[in-house]
Design a binder for this molecule. Structure first.
Ligand code: KIV
Length: 294
């Protein structure tokens, strides 16, 4: 969607908004919702990662990641809970703000935690306003299907861009009977209807988690807005992973890694080795040496 007048087009919007850019076309623009729609129109893909702090936000932004999600998965990956259910808006807002102020290019998406939007559209608007005003997010994400269409509509009317999350929705893990693939067989039709209802309500993007690749492809084909997948095959417009999974920080004895995760690094081993070496050098009196002393 091109700006409609030169007044609306800031100089930085003339260059490539996604990817890492190049010397001739540096990535100086902020990724916006309409850039994601353009990506789908052009048959391009984009990437989202979770981030919960300034260093990862800066690094992922520098790498060209188009969207950063401050997921309610902070419950597990930051606060150490078993599920995503306990995390609160008050606990997420400082993380959202840290990421938003550290990433100059990525679109920042704040995740609605369990209990922060289900009661009414008014509750959802109030939570969305907090994430945009106090957290400096650019958009929010909520879990749920067609049932939340009125909520999404009300938020979009209030000026809050909404990403909808369907398929396996971790906040409902007790209702769904655990981590289970959704949208198999006849259930695919329900997922398509959910996605269409959310698109009609104004969602700018639909995220699908743990959905068969064929179902996710059918959902993507049924929608005009872009889709994002996690465990949903490769026909979606974008992909998302939790960064600790992507970089291999989460792992070790007894930790199960989901089938849909690809580990692009082994940060756990790198950190473990570094911490062990530091420990040894402190215990043996090698650190600090003269070069680290005043
Ligand atoms: O909270 C989160 O990290 C998420 C992703 C798994 C999509 O919702």
């Amino acid at each position: 969607m091109a700006p409609t007048s030169s007044d609306e087009q800031r100089p930085d919007e003339a260059v490539a908004p996604y990817g890492t850019g190049s010397a001739s076309t540096p990535r100086t623009a902020r990724v916006r919702v309409h850039h994601l729609a353009q990506a789908k129109e052009r048959g391009e893909h984009f990437a989202m990662l979770t981030a919960y702090d300034q260093y990862t936000a800066r690094i992922f932004d520098e790498a060209g990641i188009e969207m950063l999600l401050i997921g309610d998965s902070a419950a597990n990956n930051v606060y150490g809970h078993e599920t995503s259910l306990p995390v609160t808006v008050d606990e997420l807002i400082p993380l959202v703000r840290a990421v938003a102020t550290s990433a100059p290019h990525a679109l920042i998406v704040a995740d609605f935690p369990f209990g922060s939007y289900e009661a009414s559209p008014a509750q959802a608007i109030a939570t969305g306003v907090r994430f945009l005003k106090e957290g400096l997010a650019h958009a929010v994400k909520l879990e749920g299907g067609a049932y939340y269409a009125d909520t999404v509509r009300a938020m979009v009317q209030a000026g809050i861009p909404v990403m909808a999350h369907i398929g396996f929705t971790p906040q409902s893990e007790h209702a769904l009977g655990g981590y289970r693939v959704q949208g198999r067989g006849d259930d695919a039709a329900r997922l398509i209807e959910d996605a269409k209802a959310l698109e009609s309500a104004g969602a700018f993007c639909v995220l699908m988690e743990m959905v068969p690749a064929a179902t996710a492809a059918a959902v993507d084909a049924a929608l005009t807005v872009p889709t994002i997948g996690i465990g949903a095959g490769n026909a979606t417009t974008g992909q998302v992973l939790v960064w600790q999974d992507m970089a291999g920080l989460r792992g070790g004895p007894g930790v199960k890694v989901a089938k849909f995760v690809k580990q692009y690094a082994d940060l756990r081993t790198a950190l473990l080795d570094a911490a062990r070496q530091y420990h040894d050098e402190v215990r043996t009196g090698q650190f600090p040496g003269p070069e680290h002393s005043f």
